[in-house]
Design a protein around this ligand. Sequence first.
Ligand SMILES: C[C@@H](c1ccc(Cl)cc1)n1cnc(-c2ccccc2)c1-c1c(C(=O)NCCN2CCN(C3CCCCC3)CC2)[nH]c2cc(Cl)ccc12
Length: 100
Amino acid sequence: AAENACRITLGQANQVRPKLPLLKILQAAGAQGETFTLKEVMHYLGQYIMVRQLYDKRQQHMVYCGGDQLGELLGLESFSVKDPSPVYDMLKRNLTSAAM
Ligand SMILES: C[C@@H](c1ccc(Cl)cc1)n1cnc(-c2ccccc2)c1-c1c(C(=O)NCCN2CCN(C3CCCCC3)CC2)[nH]c2cc(Cl)ccc12
């Protein structure tokens, strides 16, 4: 019925499609497929930072991504997880809506 159709489209509506450079980073962290929720994108980016050991072991909120593809995408050598704005700016540039 209509509400089911609505739920199906809503389900699809919050999917995003990462552009290739970001998709490669997510896949390096174990992501499968080409469309994700924003929550999944953030999860895989966090996993990527952990697996590539880009965070400072002593100051664990600091991420040193210079020289890594993540740093290329962010245009940053480092950032603090306490200020997500550079990450959101990068996502705006590297995510398209998958609903289309
Ligand atoms: C609140 C959240 C966040 C989420 C988004 C943003 Cl833009 C900032 C901040 N967050 C808080 N600390 C982290 C973090 C810190 C160091 C290393 C890895 C992750 C995260 C990030 C997550 C995540 O999915 N976080 C789950 C719980 N984290 C706690 C921290 N844990 C580790 C901290 C370092 C030592 C080992 C555990 C991992 C699980 N995804 C991210 C992706 C990026 Cl581009 C940057 C940071 C994160």
